[in-house]
Design a protein around this ligand. Structure first.
Ligand SMILES: [Zn+2]
Ligand SMILES: [Zn+2]
Length: 223
């Protein structure tokens, strides 16, 4: 594939510290693409550009690709990372400790992000937290990844627990049960008397779901 042209900096006069500093800055640029990826529904784990941005493997008809501009921007960042990584490798620098340290500071696995970036576009450089989960796919509980990004956004555990809690009207600190006269906090099936459930997350306002929402989601995932 063709990458966007990136201005080359003089290689010999950069200190090892500056190289590492640049690498971490570039990885933060990749992190900034998370919001773009969030808006782009990706089925197959590969990032592809719409149009003819990536040469041979051009579009598979599902329409869920990065825009050509976004693809080119991400490619440009990745190309800079690839160049920098090559320089670092030539100097035989051990970057693991520095990346580990920086990872702890930002709560992101930067080593993994580097590895995935180097494999772009065959691998999507998702941001993984230190527990190895993709932040984009985290359930509202913040503990597990949701099954996929097309459903309610709940992990398997929360889906099962929410349905049980709703059906049995159980007291459970993890959830809040309510009915509401305000349509904006109800799902599309509900009226003012429908029992709804949402996660108890102070400071957040996750969506609320009714029995139909949760049962349909279970069905979708088992189908
Ligand atoms: Zn969950
Ligand atoms: Zn519903």
């Amino acid at each position: 594939m063709r990458f966007a042209k990136v201005p080359k900096r003089p290689t010999d006069h950069i200190s090892n510290e500056e190289l590492m500093h640049d690498l971490i800055l570039l990885l933060k640029d990749v992190v900034a693409f998370e919001s773009t990826l969030a808006q782009t529904f990706i089925h197959n784990g590969n990032v592809k550009a719409n149009g003819n941005g990536n040469g041979s493997k051009n579009g598979n008809g599902n329409g869920n690709h990065l825009s050509e501009n976004d693809f080119a921007s991400l490619s440009a960042v990745v190309q800079k990372i690839t160049d920098l990584h090559l320089r670092i490798t030539k100097r035989n620098l051990d970057i693991d400790d520095i990346l580990l340290d920086a990872s702890r500071q930002v709560g992101i696995d930067l080593r993994r992000l580097l590895d995935d970036s180097l494999k772009f576009p065959n691998v999507v450089p998702y941001v993984h937290n230190l527990q190895g989960q993709r932040r984009l796919f985290l359930c509202y509980c913040g503990e597990n990844e949701a099954h996929d990004s097309s459903g309610l956004g709940l992990c398997h555990q929360c889906l099962e627990a929410a349905l049980e809690c709703l059906l049995e009207k159980k007291k459970d600190n993890k959830f809040i049960l309510y009915s509401s006269y305000s349509p904006q906090v109800r799902c599309r099936h509900a009226d003012f008397s429908t029992l709804l459930i949402t996660l108890n997350k102070p400071g957040l306002w996750p969506p609320a779901w009714c029995e139909i929402c949760l049962k349909q989601e279970k069905q979708r995932l088992s189908g």
